[in-house]
Design a protein around this ligand. Structure first.
Ligand code: NAD
Length: 288
């Protein structure tokens, strides 16, 4: 058996957490497996996917030419019990089942899945009464800072500037607008002092009439292999301010998710529970 980089580095770095990964055959699952195998303080303890996944039974390191002692399984409870932190980038229905298993086993969770409705978000918050959970629609450092800049800009610019949010993702993305665009909408609404649910406009078609003041508009583009691009546009009279983030690979999301995993492992070790986001993980909550 080939030694993983974790095995080779065991003597040098203390183990922070054993990691279980859901959606192991997916795009983010594979990026998370790569990042975990490349880390020196995290150990890949298990990997799960749905029963009809072609990845089932395979070595999770295989796509990167690596050999591990793990095989991808559909036995969620077994994987959850083998780890300290369970990382989930799947679909809302799967995430909620996975969190139920984490709550039963007292295992911390990192959730990057998007597309939850209000009920799904409330269910996540309920599980956070038992275990520590980091839940963030975007795990990148850049987007976490962007959300703070957007809130600040909306507060400073005031009602004279119209707010529009434009996002583009790859052709396989299944939810719209992206969870990140919605998060940026919430940040803009918070800065403007309004409720997003009462001011969001998700589509325009036909004779729409003039723009309603105070609206926060969303536009969604899908195509190709775009990892994720978001712009928040503040359009005033005679000037326009645009704040843009471009993700060029999934590595930044995976790196952020592993930082979140280390953070919740610490919360679990301290016997704390609660719902956290990336501003908590990065220590940025009070910075703007
Ligand atoms: P993907 O389609 O490539 O992979 C999804 C994986 O989840 C697959 O392995 C699939 O078999 C599995 N899956 C599907 N339905 C499931 C279910 N009901 N139960 C359990 N597993 C299920 O998708 P992806 O591009 O890897 O994205 C996954 C999720 O992560 C999406 O919601 C996406 O929006 C989100 N995402 C979040 C971030 C972030 O930073 N938070 C970044 C990128 C993607």
């Amino acid at each position: 058996m080939t030694l993983s980089r974790r095995d080779e580095a065991t003597a040098a770095a203390p183990l922070v957490a054993r990691i279980g990964i859901a959606g192991a055959g997916g795009r983010m699952g594979q990026a998370l497996i790569d990042a975990t195998l490349a880390s020196t303080d995290l150990q890949l303890a298990g990997a799960v996917d749905v029963p009809d996944s072609p990845a089932l039974g395979t070595d999770p390191g295989a796509h990167a030419g690596r050999t591990t002692a793990v095989r991808i399984t559909s036995d969620v409870d077994a994987v959850v019990k083998s780890c300290d932190v369970f990382i989930d980038f799947t679909r809302p229905a799967g995430t909620l089942l996975h969190l139920a298993a984490c709550a039963r086993a007292g295992v911390a969770a990192v959730v990057g899945t998007t597309g939850f409705d209000a009920e799904g978000k409330a269910t996540i918050a309920t599980y956070a009464n038992t275990i520590p959970i980091v839940f963030a629609a975007n795990m990148s450092v850049g987007v976490t800072v962007l959300a703070q800049l957007v809130e600040d800009a909306a507060r400073r610019l005031g009602t004279a500037f119209d707010i529009e949010i434009v996002e583009m993702h790859h052709r396989h993305k299944v939810d719209a607008p992206s969870g990140t665009a919605l998060r940026l909408g919430e940040a803009a609404a918070a800065g403007a002092g309004v409720d997003l649910s009462e001011h969001a406009l998700y589509a325009r078609k036909g004779v729409t009439g003039e723009r309603k003041p105070g609206t926060i508009g969303f536009a969604t583009l899908r195509g190709g292999d775009v990892v994720g691009e978001h712009s928040v546009i503040f359009a005033g009279t005679g000037e326009r301010l645009e704040l843009t983030h471009r993700a060029t690979s999934r590595q930044n999301f995976a790196a952020g998710a592993l930082r979140a995993a280390r953070f919740v492992a610490g919360q679990r070790a301290a016997r704390r529970h609660g719902l956290f986001d990336m501003a908590d993980v990065l220590g940025l909550r009070q910075s703007v």
